[in-house]
Design a binder for this molecule. Structure first.
Ligand code: F6R
Length: 604
């Protein structure tokens, strides 16, 4: 995920910006840059790859007097990780850094190009600086031009902008992406997109609210809120613990990442939905021509999201779809027909088995697509086309937000294919787009829900095993729930289709067998319910997850009522993630680094 820093003061600006960026390294990035304005002169440096490359480039650059500066680490979303695409982006007399996504950049860029503006990058962010310079021509001062620019852009952003026309001011704006400003007794001002770069530098910080914009000078901090009313900053003391700052106060990265799902799904959806259409700029218009079959290949959690995709591709896109575990596919002489689209799914883009299947498909002449979270990863480079899931860096070994964004991409993609193949009416697609927009709210973690799961988890620490059960698309979710639990709790757990229990596994049923039952209201409720009743009759201990009251369970986690089963899916996903987390914490395990596991499995 991208990171931002900014500095105004008399100390070594270059060093402060580079140190600040180093503190943001843990978020992941593929390029970085800084721009410094001192005595009316700009100096700017950018480099692809690690920060040492940027440090090397700035070696002879000295900053030992008053200056303002901005810096950025970039995690590519629009455009490849190249130097030109790295921030800060330059206009004639100004530089900008931006986190987030400008949804209407294509329209703004079109107008600017028409007026003769030259763009150097493929990013959405570059429009901000050109739009600002355009407005500056007609404004009496830089702040008015900045304010107008902010009113013209749509989307999520944290922005810092510096300009020669006011060389003692840093302009800022925040909407949907985090940003704060810190102060100290030496009259310095520091900006950052999270606490860590400010720890040890500032005594007090002000966290900006969505819609805030304004500027700082050596003596002022001017903030306007979303209604254009001037407001006072709310300074609070800054924590001194860096590791806990990286975790934003959560106990584990996994917990933080579960809570982040709502905001990363907003990123996944951004720019990809209109009122009535799904738009993947990444796929050319004829991408699905001649395709009559889809093959999905992946490992682990990504395999589970591929399974969910198979339900949606067949149900919505009416296209034959099959899913394979990558390590199996490699050695079983699979039949690959020319009309097959071959899709790999991977958080890291480096999983050896999945990567190998992609190479096999390429060799067989198939059209290939990678659904991936890491730009410039091996799979992204090798596949014909790729879609980035935009989950940001995932630190917890147990995957959570990567899964959530993969399923979101698949729901959109299955609707896009339905749109192309006309297998769903445009009215139905419009309806589902409304539901897609409701995913972020459905995964928002309510305090009461988390508290309930925390309390209830103490009953599930012993016993001889867990069955997670669900029907239809809730079966892959059951598999994923069981995988999460076993990875971090080391308890035995299996995912099963509810209807399959009576064909063998029900023999295990007794009070020491824990059944976690997924009972959505809008998909096969009655069928799934009678399967759970069969288990209840055999005295299995049951924890039911459903929006509808269920009196045959020992524990009941009530989810909200939603208009569509996929929204129930997303909320139940959060429930099973939290349940695994809380059981594992009670067992005293290192949730973020479970034994025997690695985040990226680059060996066979
Ligand atoms: C489970 C988990 C693993 C990965 C699997 C594939 O929580 O993280 O099962 O999903 O190793 O990894 P990627 O998605 O990077 O290919």
């Amino acid at each position: 995920m991208c990171g931002i820093v900014g500095y105004l003061g008399r100390k070594n600006t270059k060093k402060i910006l580079l140190n600040g960026l180093k503190e943001l390294e843990y978020r992941g990035y593929d390029s970085a840059g800084i721009a410094v304005l001192s005595h009316g002169e700009f100096s700017s440096f950018k480099a692809v790859g690690k920060l040492v490359n940027l440090e090397a480039k700035t070696k002879g650059f000295v900053t030992n007097k008053f200056a303002i500066g901005i810096g950025h680490t970039r995690w590519a979303t629009h455009g490849k990780p190249t130097e030109l695409n790295a921030h800060p982006h330059a206009g004639h007399n100004s530089y900008v850094v931006h986190n987030g996504i400008i949804e209407n950049y294509a329209q703004l860029k079109k107008e600017l190009l028409h007026e003769g503006v030259v763009f150097l990058s493929q990013t959405d962010s570059e429009v901000i600086v050109h739009q600002f310079e355009k407005n500056l021509q007609y404004s009496t001062n830089a702040f008015k031009a900045f304010k107008k620019t902010i009113s013209e852009i749509k989307g999520a952003y944290a922005i810092l902008l510096i300009t020669k026309s006011e060389d003692k001011k840093i302009f800022f704006a925040k909407n949907g992406s985090p940003m704060l400003v810190g102060i100290n007794e030496e009259n310095e001002k520091y900006f950052a997109s999270s606490d860590t770069p400010l720890i040890g530098q500032c005594s007090e910080v002000n966290y900006f609210e969505d819609g805030d914009y304004g500027y700082i000078t050596p003596n002022e901090l001017i903030i306007y809120d979303k209604n254009a009313n001037k407001r006072e900053p709310h300074f609070t003391k800054l924590s001194t613990n860096k590791l806990s700052a990286q975790k934003d106060g959560y106990r584990f990265f996994m917990e933080k990442e579960i809570y982040e799902q709502s905001s990363v799904i907003i990123d996944t959806l951004l720019g990809r939905l209109s009122e009535d259409r799904i738009i993947f700029d990444e796929l050319d218009k004829n991408f699905f021509d001649g395709i009559n079959e889809i093959k999905l290949c992946a490992c682990g959690t990504s395999y589970h999201s591929a399974l969910t995709a198979s339900y949606m591709f067949e149900r919505y896109s009416k296209i034959k779809t099959s899913v394979e575990v990558a390590s199996e596919f490699r050695y079983r002489s699979p039949i690959m027909s020319k009309n097959m689209l071959f899709v790999v799914i991977s958080q890291s883009g480096e999983t050896a088995d999945t990567l190998e299947t992609l190479k096999m498909a390429k060799k067989a002449g198939l059209k290939t697509l990678a659904i991936c979270n890491v730009d410039n990863s091996s799979m992204v480079r090798i596949a014909d086309t790729f879609i980035l899931t935009r989950a940001g860096i995932e630190k917890g070994v147990a995957s959570t937000k990567a899964f959530a964004t993969q399923v979101t991409v698949f729901w959109m993609l299955s609707l896009q294919v339905a749109q192309i193949k006309k297998s769903l009416s445009s009215k139905e697609i419009q309806k589902q787009i409304k539901y897609l927009r409701a995913i972020p709210a459905s995964v928002h973690v309510e305090d009461a829900l988390h508290e309930k799961i925390k309390r209830l988890s103490k009953r599930y620490l012993n016993g001889h095993g867990f069955f997670f059960i669900g029907r239809d698309i809730f079966f892959p979710l059951a598999l994923e729930g069981a995988l999460k639990l076993k990875e971090i709790s080391y308890l035995h757990a299996e995912g099963y289709p509810s209807g399959e229990m009576k064909h063998g596994p029900i023999a295990l049923a007794d009070p020491e067998l824990f059944t976690i039952a997924l009972l959505p209201q809008h998909l096969l409720y009655e069928k799934a319910k009678s399967n759970v009743e069969e288990l209840s009759a055999r005295d299995s201990t049951i924890c039911a997850i459903s929006p509808l009251e269920f009196d045959k369970a020992d524990d009941f986690i009530q989810t909200k009522e939603h208009g569509h089963y996929m929204l129930e899916f997303f909320e139940m996903m959060v429930v099973v993630q939290l349940l695994s987390l809380e059981i594992s914490i009670r067992l005293g395990n290192d949730v973020d680094m479970p034994r025997n596991l690695a985040k990226s499995v680059t060996v066979e």
